[in-house]
Design a protein around this ligand. Structure first.
Ligand SMILES: [Zn+2]
Length: 216
């Protein structure tokens, strides 16, 4: 009896070690640690800004967000969820509600800018107007802005405060304005796959940097 008990407890320890070690080895199902909602701004009946040659902001936002999603598949610890997957209209507040419902760790909204003066260009990142400089959302915005500028070479328009729908997000949230579709050169870049890919890399790198920095 004692012998049998000893054998079964040794087996239990071995089983525990096996499970423990397999977790450490990185089973893809169990290593998904972060959920990030990436929001391609506008969509459907809402084209967003309309730029040079009639280009729609919503198309550029979606193309970049889809690239962020595809590139995120290389990072099994990250689960990227798109707030819209096609050309559909979803109320901004409903996008935030969904992010809150699924308990997302971060919310990044992707937009392209427009201005009446066609010489204005560059990238900027927005946070809700009540976010202080030490807040998590502001830190997320800083990381996004730094990566965008260093990895695309766009003009740095800095971080800005505005009254935004992302104020209802229960997680750090920021909105990137990746460039101006009213600026001839930038509009052309924003429609090119290579530049969209650079922006997507910058956004994904910023997300990973932000998520991992507090853990280091
Ligand atoms: Zn927009």
């Amino acid at each position: 009896m004692t012998q049998r008990l000893r054998t079964s407890s040794i087996l239990a320890v071995l089983l525990f070690l096996l499970v423990f070690l397999s977790l450490g080895a990185g089973s893809p199902v169990l290593t998904c640690r972060f959920t990030v909602m990436v929001d391609p701004g506008h969509g459907g009946k809402d084209p967003g800004a309309i730029g040079i040659d009639g280009v729609y902001e919503k198309k550029i936002n979606l193309a970049i967000a889809q690239m962020v999603y595809l590139k995120s598949l290389d990072h099994p610890e990250l689960r990227v969820i798109l707030a819209r997957r096609g050309d559909e209209y979803i109320y901004p507040t409903d996008r935030i509600k969904e992010a809150n419902r699924i308990g997302a760790d971060l919310y990044v909204s992707i937009h392209a800018n427009a201005y009446s003066n066609a010489s204005v260009s560059g990238a900027e990142t927005l946070v809700h107007e009540t976010e202080g400089q030490g807040s998590q959302s502001y830190r997320l915005a800083e990381t996004l802005q730094q990566r965008l500028i260093s990895q695309t070479g766009a003009k740095d328009r800095g971080i800005k405060w505005a009254p935004l729908f992302i104020r209802r997000a229960k997680m750090p949230a920021a909105l990137v304005e990746v460039g101006f579709i009213t600026h001839r050169l930038e509009a052309r870049l924003l429609q090119s796959l290579s530049y969209q890919s650079k922006i997507a890399d910058a956004i994904l790198d910023a997300i990973l940097e932000f998520l991992y920095k507090p853990l280091v």
